[in-house]
Design a protein around this ligand. Structure first.
Ligand SMILES: CC(C)=CCC/C(C)=C/CC/C(C)=C/CC/C(C)=C/COP(=O)(O)O
Length: 296
């Protein structure tokens, strides 16, 4: 049973169909008793039918009297009848869901489902709860404070210009990472998963948000940095990559993050290294920085 609002909207639609060149099969054609209800139904079908251009459907919908009410006389509407209320914009949007919108919604649903499944160390009573202390040890290995303090300490002990240059850039990379992650977390404001226990070692205020994972960005950034600037034997190189991967996985297992937080974190950390490499600080392009440090 069509809603009264659709009946009202069917009248200008019929006028539109008779005055336009569209045929009986056209979505713009009222086609008898169905009226506006039929138009909307066909619009939905045609936007999903293979081989039909959804933009075309959208165009026709926007050509309909619903959207050009002012230019169409209300066929059959008596002088005593009030003009129909306009359809809300979101009705049309719902009938023409974009492919990107559906894909994003599906990805988010899979993300939430998978993250919950993988959150096996989220609490002591979880199925892998006994592994929680190990996961928290991994968490500290990727925390910002040990990395910053460790870099500052090595910088203070370094007696070669080459070593100082690498460490100075590592410090720059770590600070850039903190800044970018805080910025994105503050902008996106995605809450951490409901099953997370907020018992992390030293956090910033933005760390109540989960997108992206700061541990994952640091893991990708630092491991790429190490692989590019330290001469390591193959087994050690494999270990560095494994550490980064397991650290990312442990964020989801601890219930701290959803899978997409970690995936984007890896991507961001990897990209951050490219930025650091591009802006590489050296005694030639940042002499003041190096002179200041050598005077300490
Ligand atoms: C020591 C120097 C030179 C500067 C200090 C800069 C600074 C503000 C450091 C803060 C370090 C800190 C508390 C980092 C938070 C790390 C953390 C808990 C991230 C959250 O990770 P996530 O994976 O859960 O998103």
């Amino acid at each position: 049973m069509p809603s009264p609002r659709r009946n009202v909207d069917a009248r200008p639609l019929a006028a539109s169909a008779s005055s336009s060149s569209s045929g009986p099969g056209s979505p713009a054609h009222g086609g008898g008793g169905g009226g506006g209800g039929r138009f909307e139904f066909q619009s939905l079908l045609s936007s999903r039918a293979p081989g039909l251009d959804p933009t075309c459907t959208r165009l026709r919908a926007s050509e309909s009297p619903v959207h050009r009410r002012g230019s169409f006389p209300l066929a059959g509407a008596g002088p005593s009848q009030a003009p129909p209320a306009p359809l809300p914009e979101e009705d049309r949007m719902d009938l023409n869901p974009s492919f990107l919108g559906i894909a994003l919604r599906s990805l988010l649903a899979i993300d939430l489902w998978l993250s919950k499944k993988l959150g096996v160390c989220a609490g002591e009573s979880s199925s892998w709860g006994s592994m929680r202390p190990l996961m928290k040890l991994l968490e500290i290995s990727g925390h910002g404070i040990p990395w910053l303090l460790g870099t500052l300490y090595c910088l203070s002990r370094s007696d070669s210009w080459a070593g100082r240059e690498v460490l100075m850039n590592l410090l720059f990379a770590l600070l850039l990472d903190l800044l970018l992650v805080a910025l994105i977390k503050g902008l996106v404001r995605r809450r951490r998963p409901a099953h997370n226990q907020m018992d992390m070692f030293v956090t910033l205020s933005v760390d109540k948000y989960s997108f992206p994972s700061g541990h994952a960005t640091r893991a990708a950034l630092v491991s790429r940095f190490i692989l590019n600037h330290l001469v390591l034997a193959i087994p050690l190189r494999v270990l560095v990559v494994l550490w980064a991967f397991i650290l990312g996985l442990s964020r989801v297992m601890l219930g701290r993050h959803n899978v997409t937080d970690v995936a984007f974190g890896f991507f961001l950390g990897y990209t951050q290294y490219s930025i650091v490499d591009y802006c590489w600080l050296s005694p030639h392009n940042a002499p003041v920085l190096f002179l200041l440090w050598s005077q300490q």
